[in-house]
Design a binder for this molecule. Structure first.
Ligand SMILES: NC(=O)c1ccc[n+]([C@@H]2O[C@H](COP(=O)([O-])OP(=O)(O)OC[C@H]3O[C@@H](n4cnc5c(N)ncnc54)[C@H](OP(=O)(O)O)[C@@H]3O)[C@@H](O)[C@H]2O)c1
Length: 241
């Protein structure tokens, strides 16, 4: 059997790099897409020589889609595409420029890539499209554009899933809803978040089960359920730091 291939978009993110290492350890050939290819050098030293890379500017949807198509052709197709690009901001005044940047990356850029990947899977007639979203998408929050953009992503993925069913295509669409990654855990942080290693392992386990929607880590399913059940008058009184 020929080697399996996967494309990871947003490969500079720590989570993407941990996923890449784990997939490579399972013998999967990788295509990595990132804004800044030079920052992938330390990762590439740990990956097999047949790993391919491609530069993307997520503010340029046409460029992203073409780059994805080119990488796909170089790999001669792929079984899995993971979209892990995201932007957010925490400016209290909610400047339009900052909100627009979040929408450009998380809505327009995301859709350009998800739509492009789905079209490639449709042509190939099978595959798995996965995107890292967030439980933030399930209800509004103080980072309004971020929450709303994650809600858009979740809704769009569900639409693609229905579309695959309508076309009777064995294309799996997976929405991975993250809770909180504690990126400082390796440096001794004791915050209530899982390490990149745990998060990546759970993501890959969920992808293998072809789950439509999964919560990572698992305990965030309970947080999500409680969050969605809270009546408005309590939810709106949440305190933000
Ligand atoms: N961190 C958490 O606790 C948490 C919680 C819930 C959900 N999530 C979700 O999990 C995913 C990963 O989170 P993270 O914190 O690891 O994210 P991150 O480090 O900010 O990574 C986001 C990725 O998006 C890429 N990106 C952003 N703007 C871009 C642009 N203009 N052009 C090309 N690439 C661009 C970044 O590339 P560069 O590095 O090159 O900029 C990076 O690879 C995101 O979808 C996030 O929403 C995270």
């Amino acid at each position: 059997m020929s080697q399996l291939s996967a494309i990871i978009i947003g490969a500079n993110a720590g989570l993407s790099q941990t996923l890449a290492q784990k997939l490579a350890a399972e013998g999967v050939r990788l295509g990595l897409m990132a804004a800044d290819l030079s920052s992938l050098d330390p990762l590439l030293q740990q990956l097999p020589d047949n790993t391919l890379c491609s530069e993307i500017d997520i503010f340029d949807p046409a460029q992203c889609r073409q780059a994805l198509k080119d990488l796909w052709q170089q790999l001669e197709g792929a079984q899995l595409v993971i979209i892990n690009t995201a932007a957010s901001h925490h400016e209290l005044e909610l400047p339009w420029e900052a909100d627009k940047m979040v929408l450009d990356v998380n809505v327009t850029g995301f859709t350009a890539l998800a739509n492009g990947a789905f079209a490639l899977f449709r042509e190939q007639k099978y595959g798995q499209l996965a995107a890292i979203t967030s439980i933030a998408g399930e209800r509004g929050g103080a980072s309004s554009a971020f929450h709303a953009s994650k809600a858009f992503q979740q809704n769009y993925l569900q639409g693609l899933r229905l579309h695959a069913q309508r076309l009777k295509l064995p294309v799996t669409v997976s929405d991975l809803r993250l809770g909180y990654i504690d990126k400082m855990q390796a440096r001794g942080s004791k915050a209530w978040g899982a390490s990149l290693d745990v998060v990546a392992s759970q993501i890959l386990a969920n992808l293998k089960k072809a789950k439509a929607t999964s919560y990572v880590t698992r305990r965030w399913r309970i947080v999500s359920w409680v969050g969605r059940m809270l009546p408005e008058f309590i939810y709106n009184k949440r305190k933000y730091r």
